[in-house]
Write a protein that binds this ligand. Structure first.
Ligand code: SAM
Length: 201
């Protein structure tokens, strides 16, 4: 099954219930501090593992994913007491037209599955969503990734990644270019882990 198939993401997301919150999300939360009613976005939220972490940190959280079951999954995976601060949007990146303004945007292993033809527009939405001083934490795939070549994904050179971050304060830009494991089996990872911040002014 290709990683782009809906059934693949159903299996993938169902397997995420008990894992730790991803380190990139933990790191950006440590940098951004408690939400105290500020807004966060979890783009490509899957089951909502990181949505839950953002809510528990006190953020109003907008969770987005193309999967039609997203709302039910995220509601089931988060605390009822946090639901007044949660909104869920089930939409593919290609049809995403707006995002709320946010102090933190997290996109964990999701934007690489945005079709290349849509990526620049979606990336512009993400950048526009960031409030001054707002934090961005995102994984992007590079051109050497095993999945590169698919029209359903976006695979960037390091130069393109750096250009996409122009005007932001880059706190972390790690690049991995190595064989490894994945949910679908062995693959070559070409991965960029990014934390950046929109300047205050
Ligand atoms: C690798 S999973 C990551 C999920 C979650 N962020 C995590 O770290 O476990 C990729 C997620 O992106 C979603 N996705 C894939 N292609 C998408 C698209 N074109 N538009 C919106 N969401 C998409 C999938 O449904 C899936 O939940």
């Amino acid at each position: 099954m290709t990683p782009y198939a809906r059934a693949h993401w159903t299996d993938y997301n169902d397997a995420q219930r008990t894992r730790e919150v991803r380190p990139l999300c933990r790191e950006v939360l440590a940098l951004a501090g408690p939400g105290e009613g500020r807004t966060a976005i979890d783009l490509g939220c899957g089951l909502g593992r990181e949505t839950d972490a953002l809510l528990r940190a006190g953020y109003r959280t907008h969770a987005v994913d193309m999967h039609p079951d997203t709302e039910a999954k995220v509601l089931a995976h988060t605390r009822a007491a946090d639901h007044p601060r949660l909104t869920v949007q089930s939409v593919p990146f290609g049809l995403l037209r707006a995002l709320p303004h946010a102090h933190l945007v997290y996109a964990g292993y999701s934007l690489p599955y945005c079709a290349a033809a849509d990526f620049d527009r979606v990336w512009a939405l993400v950048r526009r969503a960031l409030r001054p001083g707002g934090w961005l934490a995102v994984n992007l795939f590079g051109e050497h990734d095993s999945y590169a070549g698919s029209s359903s994904g976006t695979f960037l050179t390091r130069t393109q990644v750096e250009e996409s971050l122009a005007g932001l304060e880059v706190v972390r830009l790690d690049e991995e270019d190595a064989d490894g494991d994945s949910f679908g089996g062995p693959k070559h990872w070409h991965l960029f882990d990014i934390i950046a911040r929109r300047p205050q002014r």
